[in-house]
Design a protein around this ligand. Structure first.
Ligand code: 13P
Ligand code: ZN
Length: 210
């Protein structure tokens, strides 16, 4: 069970890295274990270089158990889980277009990604913009904790998205949807566009309850 999860974390990390969803040593992944603990990616490693035997194990109390030193954003992941009992995995990326959206003055802090497509609405809900704090700063965890109960997808200002899902695939798919929707925003640029109407959004929420 754990070995399958370890392989899945690395496979998805490698896939995200290979397709340019996060670069350098940025990004991290965590998965909740059946015993209440977590597997987390190590700090300072490219997602393309993840090794199933080299993941950090954290216990149900959030204490480091074994493996390499976990991501410096471990408290940020734990903040998401603490406020989302349904979350089985969290993905954090520095995906380029989403980071760019996080810096735009015009970005709505309560709905950072507009409802451009059905999948953006279905996979993300309303994306909350969280103010800037340095990576690894505990204040970042507090800021995410404050909004995690209402938002499973948040965008850290001048940094990148943090997305929780019921399992790792769900968190991956939602993270990709966030980046692709941010990319659409820039493709549209200054042109006037039609986003989904409130009625269309309600209809999607009814058809695809999260
Ligand atoms: O994205 C990152 C910091 O925000 C990467 O940090 P880690 O290498 O510690 O996971
Ligand atoms: Zn980061």
């Amino acid at each position: 069970m754990t070995s399958k999860l370890r392989e899945e974390i690395c496979k998805i990390g490698q896939s995200l890295y290979a397709r340019g969803y996060t670069a350098g040593s940025s990004g991290n992944i965590s998965v909740r274990l059946p015993d209440g603990g977590w597997l987390m990616t190590p700090t300072n490693i490219a997602m393309g270089d993840l090794d199933p035997a080299e993941l950090a194990l954290i216990d149900a109390q959030g204490r480091f158990v074994s493996g390499p030193k976990p991501t410096k954003e471990s408290f940020l992941h734990l903040a998401m889980y603490r406020h989302r009992a349904d979350a089985g995995a969290v993905v954090h990326l520095h995906s380029t277009h989403a980071v760019a959206v996080s810096m735009l003055e015009e970005t709505d802090p309560d709905a950072a990604i507009p409802p451009l497509t059905a999948y953006a609405v279905m996979k993300l809900g309303k994306v909350k913009l969280v103010p800037y704090f340095p990576p690894g700063d505990p204040a970042l965890g507090d800021a995410v904790a404050a909004v995690a109960g209402k938002h499973h997808a948040v965008l850290l200002a001048n940094h990148g998205p943090v997305v929780a899902g019921k399992d790792l695939r769900a968190a991956q798919y939602a993270s990709e949807e966030l980046e692709e929707t941010a990319k659409l925003l820039f493709i549209l640029g200054d042109r006037r566009y039609r986003a989904l109407t409130p009625d269309a959004i309600l209809d999607l929420q009814h058809r695809f309850p999260s």
